[in-house]
Design a protein around this ligand. Sequence first.
Ligand SMILES: Nc1ncnc2c1ncn2[C@@H]1O[C@H](COP(=O)(O)OP(=O)(O)OP(=O)(O)O)[C@@H](O)[C@H]1O
Length: 242
Amino acid sequence: MINTQPVIAIQNINHYYGRGALRKQILFDINLEIYAGEIVIMTGPSGSGKTTLLSLIGGLRSVQEGSLKFLGTELSGSSQSKLVQSRRNIGYIFQAHNLLGFLTARQNVQMAVELNNTISQSEAIKKSEAMLGSVGLAERINYYPDNLSGGQKQRIAIARALVNHPPLVLADEPTAALDKQSGRDVVEIMQRLAKEQGTAILLVTHDNRILDIADRIVEMEDGLLTRDAQNVVSSPKVAEGV
Ligand SMILES: Nc1ncnc2c1ncn2[C@@H]1O[C@H](COP(=O)(O)OP(=O)(O)OP(=O)(O)O)[C@@H](O)[C@H]1O
């Protein structure tokens, strides 16, 4: 591996929900590293702990036991402000795209730019429009989400997640609500941008049709990472790093 420092380095993470007699262990001794430009797909049965792990990595939940480093910075035991800081370096893509309906495609993306940068409005607009162009929505920048298809909405969500060139993108079931072709288009756009920008992507999915875009596949079962392997069926495009 050329990149020495992982974007995410997890060691011996345990996680519990509930208190007292109701306390239940959900994650067991999780170890995982993700490097720049790598696309890692996480699969596993419902209730196996995938969302819990994703929310820890995303700084949306505090680490209880073990170590979680984001770009070398320890997040376990760190202050809320440090968690907020790390969240700024992560793009999020969810199953429901979470776009704001009263903003156009461009305004949805632009808001993410303006929240993170102190650049002029005209620069923010330029950046947002360029990003929407690169997800194939140049003709739709002034549309409201309600007037776009599911796949197009998800592409806006991708543009919003990647517009600030975050080192890490977390995607939770991004194709669940899409038909086969739109789902395929969406993950191929994510794959292309990840390779172009050197973004690491951790993608949780039940969708077997998209496994080939992964460089690595990890599997969760009953709170354990039971598999972490290079993807042997990854498409040649990925193997060449194009
Ligand atoms: N806030 C919570 N309080 C208590 N238990 C929870 C909480 N969130 C999740 N759990 C439990 O933790 C376990 C793991 O849930 P999690 O959502 O991480 O699984 P998952 O693999 O993401 O499932 P799915 O594929 O259905 O989204 C489940 O047994 C769930 O019921």
